[in-house]
Design a protein around this ligand. Structure first.
Ligand code: UFG
Length: 342
């Protein structure tokens, strides 16, 4: 039987690439789109090495309707879409809000138009815990209200979810699952695939590994005076391979549902809160490397404390995280060591 084709927008990015590997492992045929605006071509080679497959790949922007339509027509029949393609840097979105709204909204809107025209009805959307802002209580479940977004990036995720909810309400054929990621970290356990920031990293773990590797001089922990046990922020760090596996569970679920069950959304996290300082110490412990770090001033816009209640994803997708934070840090370091030529 022919494998079911799933279009993966942003498939050369960090989360997209790991998900492509999981899709192959589960018998799907991923069709990748990427425009490399924020990703590195070498991740595609990593996917090929791990899977032994030659990839089905189109270079282009999914906000370009002609291009996108062409891919749908050429690859007919696609069973579903996973939409990863988006800008994701909080700081950059504050500096270039219009660029963020234009890119993140246009790509989703164009995708929805083309899906409707081409009768492709299953969509998995990359959302974020950023939609909750600073939650009133933790762990955060899916009932938590959306707070006013801290950044244009966060606002795009909230707006995209609103668009999807409305689109699902209006179209009984359309089936959508949004996955709200907490903090994805780590790399493929083979060390052949991982996070490859094209500029100076904003996120904590690539900054840690690049500092340990000597690419950066020092890690600054942003704030040591928060109202948390050790004064640093608390996050839910989830292994990228766990996150990728959840996407496969989500598309499996949509493909067996015979009709629209309303707009669906799930938190993807481990359920464990880990402080930034704790994570730094665990990194030193599992890798045995020395890490030059210091506590510095707070970073504007940081949520103090958030971690997931992932019970809904467990109950309805049959998914829960399998890897520990230590596994993720070990894998991130193994990947960093292979990529010392930044
Ligand atoms: N941090 C440091 N030093 C650094 C980098 C980060 O101390 O050099 C701290 C941050 O202040 C924060 C924690 O590490 O307390 C995690 O920061 P990240 O930038 O790695 O991740 P965020 O929690 O800020 O961001 C993540 C996703 C975003 C999403 C956001 C929602 O990367 O896409 O969660 O809160 F919008």
């Amino acid at each position: 039987m022919a494998s079911k084709k799933i279009l993966v927008t942003g498939g050369a990015g960090y989360i997209g690439a790991h998900t492509v590997v999981e899709l192959y492992a589960s018998g799907y045929l991923p069709v990748i789109i990427d425009n490399f605006s924020k990703s590195d071509r070498t991740l595609l080679q990593g996917i090929e090495k791990i899977t032994g497959k030659s990839l089905v790949f189109y270079e282009g922007d999914c906000a370009n309707k002609q291009f996108l339509k062409g891919v749908f027509q050429k690859e007919a029949k696609l069973e579903g879409v996973m939409h990863f393609a988006a800008y994701k840097s909080v700081g950059e979105s504050v500096e270039h809000p219009v660029m963020y709204y234009r890119n993140n909204l246009d790509s989703l809107l164009t995708l929805l138009e083309v899906m409707k025209e081409q009768h492709v009805n299953n969509l998995i959307f990359s959302s974020s815990c950023t939609v909750y802002g600073e939650p009133d209580s933790i762990p955060v479940d899916e009932q938590a209200p959306f707070k006013k977004a801290e950044s244009p990036y966060g606002a795009t995720k909230q707006m995209c979810e609103q668009i999807l909810e409305d689109a699902v309400k209006a179209d009984q054929n359309l089936k959508v699952i949004s996955l709200r990621y907490f903090n994805p970290i780590g790399a493929h356990p083979s060390a052949m695939l991982g996070e490859l920031p094209i500029d100076k990293p904003n996120n904590l773990v690539p900054y840690i590994t690049q500092t340990a590797a000597g690419v950066r001089k020092k890690l600054v922990i942003f704030g040591g005076d928060y109202a948390t046990p050790d004064g640093t922020c608390i996050r839910d760090f989830i292994h990228i391979a766990d996150l990728a596996a959840a996407h496969v569970k989500a598309i499996d679920k949509l493909l067996v549902e015979d009709k629209n069950k309303g707009y669906q959304y799930y938190n993807l996290g481990t359920g464990q809160g880990v402080s930034v300082l704790q994570l730094v110490k665990e990194f030193i412990e599992v890798t045995g490397v020395t890490l030059n770090y210091e506590i510095g001033p707070r970073r504007a816009g940081d949520v103090v404390k958030t971690y997931a209640n992932p019970a809904k994803a467990h109950a309805q997708l049959g998914w829960s995280s399998q890897y520990t934070t230590k596994d993720a840090l070990r894998d991130a370091w193994a990947w960093e060591k292979k990529n010392l030529n930044h």
